[in-house]
Design a protein around this ligand. Structure first.
Ligand code: AMP
Ligand code: ZN
Length: 451
């Protein structure tokens, strides 16, 4: 029996589904910039849920959106469209921006061995469906038109605020006057925006040329691929108070009943005890970690060391700890692979299962793995570890690893290059070459490949 914490009911609940298939929706990336390791904590969380469900014998029908239109620089309806800001910054079309950053996202996800959803759907691929969905909300009286667009009327949705536990009436009483006096309430949010002529991304609609609001895509993509009942919906905690409240309001009003059963939210990754931000220079990508000598898999393993519902603090010291523990797991695994002892691993199996099924208690599951690996060297241990590894998703075959010596030389070469010491950099490149590896420069750092 799997129990996951449901943010909506604020308790751990057993996962029960029809036909043994879990319908799962995950809020996906906005493809306007390099995804950072905090974003990937959210997708490792999704991966974690998927693999644990599969370990328990469930099938999954999973969906994730790619936001390539409509997400403004604030989660509410303020600021500029993130895609347009990127398009101006890089002098490319929004379509080129979306492709470039979607490819990077997919490459990093692959490097992290993330078990991706069955359907990955760009928002711009469902414009017609979004228009129809908004029409239904208008017809049912949940939405209204202004000179700027179509808005959801939150006064018509009784449960607004339930997920994040906010009392909307109290909030309204303290709210500042909205700059838009056509809106009935400052918390009404936009479903469809009437676009000014100069806006690059716009589509024909019954309300003239325009583009969708951000929240509508998740309701519509969920509806198109999963229908009117969704078992599990995931996202970061930042999505709770605006994006997910709005999604619930849209979807439940559209159908006249609750659509999502279990809401699961991931707490944020912090860096050196604080927020990550571009201006602080601490926004690391998977490639940045690679350039510093940490394979993507080390970050994958790092994810397991804190519970998803708690903030996780990233420091290079803690990443080193993860790296060393991972290394020792791999070394022990290779010793067990040919071990002759006979070890009964059933108690470890039971403990591992109990932990993962108890709201994804991965730190405890990893403790069980480490305890089991201390057993006398045994093929049974290796076989059980392989089974656990369907959840962990690690590369247990040490041969594929880049040797530490090569990694160190590549890092020294990178530093030399940064210091404009090209002679040393070239010499190191040759040394790496003679060890059977090539080092390639990339946009954000370097990559080491086996020759
Ligand atoms: P975005 O691409 O900005 O829409 O965000 C993609 C996902 O990353 C969302 O689910 C966010 O909740 C999540 N996210 C953003 N920053 C962090 C962070 N520091 N730690 C964990 N998740 C994050
Ligand atoms: Zn979403």
């Amino acid at each position: 029996m799997i129990k996951f914490y449901n943010s909506l009911t604020r308790q751990k609940e057993e996962i029960k589904v029809e036909n043994n298939t879990v319908k799962m929706y995950s809020c996906g990336p906005t493809v306007y910039y390099y995804p950072h390791i905090g974003n990937f904590r959210a997708y490792l969380f999704m991966d974690n849920i998927r693999r644990v469900l599969k370990y328990n014998g469930f099938n999954i029908n999973g969906v994730m959106n790619i936001t390539d239109v409509g997400h403004l620089t604030s989660d509410a309806d303020e600021g500029e469209d993130k895609m347009l800001v990127a398009s101006q910054r890089e002098n490319k079309s929004p379509w080129e921006i979306a492709k470039f950053y979607t490819d990077i996202f997919m490459n990093d996800a692959k490097a992290l061995n993330i078990d991706l959803p069955e359907h990955i759907v760009p928002a711009t691929s469902v414009i017609d469906e979004m228009i129809k969905f908004v029409q239904v909300l208008l017809e049912k009286g949940f939405a209204y038109e202004t000179s700027k667009g179509i808005y959801f009327d939150i006064a018509k949705f009784e449960d607004y605020g339930q997920l994040s536990g906010m009392d909307i009436n109290e909030k309204l009483a303290g709210a500042r006057i909205d700059v838009d006096d056509e809106k009935r309430s400052p918390y009404d949010f936009v479903l469809w925006v009437k676009a000014p002529k100069e806006h690059i991304m716009q589509w024909q609609s019954p309300w003239g040329m325009g583009y969708p609001g951000w929240h509508i895509e998740c309701s519509v993509i969920g509806d198109k691929y999963l229908g009117e009942h969704i078992d599990i919906h995931t996202g970061g905690v930042d999505h709770k108070p605006v994006h997910h409240e709005n999604e619930i309001a849209q979807s439940n009003s559209h159908y006249g009943h609750k659509v999502v059963n279990t809401w699961m939210h991931l707490e944020f990754l912090q860096i050196d005890g604080g927020k990550m931000s571009k201006s602080l220079g601490n926004l690391y990508t998977i490639n940045d970690l690679k350039a510093k000598g940490y394979e993507a898999e080390v970050f994958r393993f790092f994810y397991f060391l804190a519970h998803y519902s708690k903030q996780q603090n990233f420091t290079f010291d803690s990443l080193d700890m993860a790296k060393n523990t991972l290394k020792s797991i791999k070394n022990l695994a290779s010793e067990h692979k040919n071990g002759e002892a006979v070890v009964d691993t059933s108690a470890y199996e039971a403990e591992f299962l109990e932990s993962i099924n108890d709201d994804l208690n991965m730190p405890r599951a990893i403790a069980t793995v480490l305890k089991m690996l201390k057993e006398e060297r045994s093929k049974n241990v290796y076989a059980t570890l392989e089974k656990f590894n369907t959840v962990l998703g690690l590369n247990l075959e040490e041969e594929n690893q880049i040797p530490a010596e090569v990694q160190e030389k590549a890092e020294a070469r990178w530093q030399a290059k940064k210091n404009k010491d090209f002679a040393t950099a070239d010499a190191l490149r040759q040394e790496i070459d003679s060890l059977g590896y090539v080092v390639k420069d990339t946009r954000e750092g370097y990559q080491i490949l086996k020759k």
